[in-house]
Write a protein that binds this ligand. Structure first.
Ligand SMILES: Nc1ncnc2c1ncn2[C@@H]1O[C@H](COP(=O)(O)OP(=O)(O)OP(=O)(O)O)[C@@H](O)[C@H]1O
Length: 212
């Protein structure tokens, strides 16, 4: 599904990804861990085509993430570490998601309800005015509503209260087995039961890749 071959990325003279090799297969449930600054987010963003890489090759379902971005993103749901500063109201955002990704509004409402987020109450508020946890809940609801082959979560529970986290893990337990997931996390204890592979990064390299 995802092939990362000898990928390097340099930011301001510093090698953030150093010759990384990684393959994600269908059904992989990955916990990606490693110290702050190890290169986890950069790797995921390169897979999503947000960054040009300096060397190596990345392909997602056979597509180049930079040149064929639309084809790559069509089958991926991504929750970033920091919610984007979207100025649209929730109403406008839902309309945009519905039109651009074909995700049903009713499904987003359903998933939001399950995350204890009252969308109706906040529907005319701009997204950026929601609390951190509410933003994350909405992004989770959208990601889980979209039919994707691969779900990528970059520390998705950082802003969630304990109940929100519990609900989130409950929903994750229901994800189709054919779907792959990649979690960047510092809290392995919380997702231990949901993963079948653990990857550790350090200093821009994959230093351990273990099936569990
Ligand atoms: N757009 C950017 N411009 C310059 N440097 C960057 C950029 N993005 C990331 N970096 C640098 O790349 C390094 C790796 O950052 P990255 O966010 O990939 O780490 P991480 O493993 O996800 O860390 P954390 O666990 O703290 O989220 C850091 O030194 C960071 O400062």
């Amino acid at each position: 599904m995802v092939k990362v071959q000898k990928v390097s990325k340099v930011f301001m003279g510093s090698r953030v990804l150093d010759n990384v090799d990684l393959t994600v297969e269908r059904g992989d449930r990955i916990a990606m861990m490693g110290p702050n600054g190890a290169g986890k987010t950069t790797l995921v963003r390169a897979i999503l085509g947000f960054y040009h890489i300096d060397s190596g090759v990345i392909s997602v379902n056979g597509y180049d993430p930079v040149k064929q971005r639309v084809d790559v993103l069509k089958n991926i749901s991504f929750i970033p570490q920091l919610p984007p500063p979207v100025k649209l109201s929730l109403e406008e955002l839902l309309l945009y998601v519905e039109r651009s990704s074909g995700v049903s509004r009713a499904k987003i409402f359903e998933e939001s309800n399950r995350m204890d987020l009252d969308l109706k109450k906040h529907i005319s508020k701009p997204f950026f005015k929601l609390s951190g946890g509410m933003k994350q809940k909405l992004l989770i609801a959208i990601a889980l509503s979209k039919k994707s082959d691969l779900l990528i979560f970059d520390e998705p529970t950082a802003n969630l209260d304990p109940k929100g986290r519990e609900k989130f893990y409950e929903l994750l337990g229901e994800i189709d087995v054919s779907c792959s997931t990649l979690f960047i996390t510092h809290r392995l204890d919380e997702i231990e039961g949901l993963v079948n592979r653990k990857i550790y990064m350090d200093l821009g390299k994959v230093v351990e890749d273990e099936k569990v």
